[in-house]
Design a protein around this ligand. Sequence first.
Ligand code: SAM
Ligand code: SF4
Length: 323
Amino acid sequence: MKDRFGREHNYLRISVIDRCNQRCHFCMPMDMQFFSPKDVLTFEEIVTVVKVGNKLGIDRVRITGGEPTVRPNLPTLIRMLKAETDVKDISMTTNGMLLERFAQSLKDAGLDRVNVSLHSLNAEKFRRLTRLGDLEVVMRGIRKAMEVGLTPLKFNALILQGFNDDEIDDLFKLTLQDNVTMRFLELMPIGEAMSLDGFGSYLNLTKVREWLTEKYRLVPVEETKGNGPARYWKAPGAPGKVGFITPISHKYCDTCSRMRLTANGEIRPCLAYDVHVSIRDAIRRGDLAAIEAGLKEALWMKPKGHHWEEGQTTQTVMSTLGG
Ligand code: SAM
Ligand code: SF4
């Protein structure tokens, strides 16, 4: 499935719920208005979209939210996707708060891998940034995920200058101890990220990569199973890897292969723009041809790239897009 600019698309990020058990300052407002439950796609409806997507070349999906683990019976969806669709790889991005409870059942259902958001190793800072998060609970979730084999585990750390940039070294050192991947994320100017009073600001991570490379003699590594924009390096002899997601300092729009399905049935081809096609009615009518047409139309509307580096901002709530 190619867009107007010749980019092949095989990857769908599925937001299974817009609700969340955290309220990270850079992502979700405290007074968030959630979708009405009747508008949220059922598991059967999500599977229908993925089946249509399969015909068009979608073979990798990532489950996201809001926080995906607050969606009741999530393992059932994973099991259905494994049994009824042709996806080769199912991963999930989570804040880890419920991972201790659900890691085993998600693994048993067929989940291949997880990314856990881990923005700080300091419990007090972690709580302040996430408002409702508990680092100790997340760490227990991470240990459980490793124990049940949801590996190799990836961590996402959004780095904010003046808030957690002093922890880059310690977060990186996790890759010297275990076969984990630490991914550092640049702040995207979306929704709440534009009013981060007291929580730091955008940091250029290409520069961070340069100093980490020099300090630890990092060497580039090929990522075989990744779907995405991160570029990976490792310290010689280290079990783990480090990745950098640098939408602003090192733009990667020309290689974008992803589309997003929101919890209320919109196909969103690009994070940076409000362009979307709602396929919810088509799904509810069981009209497979209209779902396919909606996917193609959304892909056709996909812009060439963002202009965040030139000061563009995006007025939407990141949590409803799933990251
Ligand atoms: N709740 C899950 C979590 O936090 O991992 C999944 C959804 S969350 C929206 C997906 C990812 O987006 C997280 O790693 C989060 O840190 C990241 N994110 C949220 N807002 C962001 C922003 N403004 N810029 C860059 N990344 C952001
Ligand atoms: Fe929730 Fe994830 Fe957004 Fe934080 S980043 S508020 S955990 S959806």
